[in-house]
Design a protein around this ligand. Structure first.
Ligand SMILES: O=P(O)(O)O[C@H]1O[C@H](CO)[C@@H](O)[C@H]1O
Length: 329
């Protein structure tokens, strides 16, 4: 038996919880689960004014005025090491901000230059399974928008369901299935503030086609074309990994990669008019068979991201550079 922390998918990797919340706001909620508050009211608590307050707070703490927001997924946080002249802002120190509770998510915003391009980077995201409502998970996207970002680059670690995918491959997201939304759980649920966007946003071109094309071009330039795919992502609620029957069903649905994030962030970004690009790092294979000895393990998933740091940095920084140049035109 290896000395890995988790075997057969049963390992957990929760960070020790701190007090969970940085300021007085959440302490008003009645329900408290393991230090993280869950209350549906929280979802509609992030009004335009509250989010503007957060944005103003951040703008007062950095000179940078980025147009590109980046979300770093599980194990992908090391990309932030490449940022120069950076201002680091821990989530705990931001008014009304939740904290990251998952291993592989540092829990801070970084304003800095990625190969010369000013960006705002989330080194750690929020997930539904942490106990946060979807609107709260996606709330930082609206903050990005209010800070001045017109573009979102979202990354995630995901299980590869497409039979051609290998661990370490990259799947550019061309579309997603909002299965949690099917069940009535959507970050845009509740009163619509038209200052963010319309009541009924169109998700037809959620993933910008031109950026997708550019990413494929960059993939060729950096020699990863054989490990680069384009596919459909699904966000499940987690935190458990999938059963074999579930994987079989998802394959029939046309899903190529499975994760527990990103979809609500993209939905929120599209709603507020941001241009989106996203990709999954395939960190494990989702093989719908009962005969396997190994199943996904969070520690391994984190490790794959670290291993691919150079390639991911190259892809993200070149995409950021491209967007930066396009915005200047
Ligand atoms: O989507 P990100 O945050 O990259 O993380 C993925 O990896 C974790 C499971 O190991 C889950 O949180 C899943 O969503």
């Amino acid at each position: 038996m290896s000395d890995k922390v988790c075997q057969n998918g049963n390992g957990t990797a929760a960070k020790p919880l701190t007090n969970g919340i940085a300021n007085g706001v959440d302490e008003k909620n009645e329900e408290k689960i393991a230090g993280v508050f869950y209350n549906a009211k929280e979802a509609s608590w992030y009004t335009y004014d509250v989010l503007q307050e957060i944005a103003n707070h951040l703008l007062a703490r950095t000179q940078l005025r980025p147009k590109i927001g980046i979300i770093l997924g599980t194990g992908l946080g090391s990309l932030a090491n490449q940022l120069t002249d950076a201002d680091y802002i821990d989530y705990q120190t931001i008014p009304h901000f939740p904290v990251s509770t998952v291993e592989g998510h540092v829990g801070r915003l970084i304003f800095g230059y990625l190969k010369g391009v000013p960006v705002m980077c989330m080194q750690g995201r929020f997930h539904y399974y942490e106990g946060y409502p979807l609107a709260k998970c996606a709330m930082p996207v609206r903050v990005m928008k209010l800070v001045g970002c017109s573009h979102l680059i979202a990354t995630n670690a995901a299980g590869g369901l497409h039979p051609d995918y290998k661990v370490g491959d990259i799947m550019l997201m061309k579309d997603h299935i909002n299965i949690m939304g099917f069940a009535g759980n959507n970050p845009l649920q509740g009163p619509n503030d038209s200052r963010f966007g319309p009541r009924f946003p169109n998700m037809f071109n959620a993933y910008d086609f031109k950026l997708l094309k550019k990413a494929k071009e960059i993939g060729r330039d950096i020699g990863i074309e054989n490990n680069l795919h384009e596919g459909v992502y699904i966000c499940l609620g987690g935190p458990n990994f999938e059963t074999v029957a579930e994987l079989k069903m998802l394959r029939i649905w046309g899903v190529d990669a499975v994760g527990m994030s990103t979809v609500h962030e993209i939905t929120t970004a599209v709603h507020c008019g941001m241009t989106c690009f996203a990709f999954s790092l395939i960190t494990n294979l989702c093989i719908p068979s009962y005969d396997l000895e190994e199943s996904p393990c969070h520690e391994d998933i984190v490790g794959i991201g670290k291993r691919q740091e150079n390639t991911l940095t190259e892809l993200v920084s070149r995409m950021a550079k491209h967007i930066h140049m396009e915005l200047k035109k």
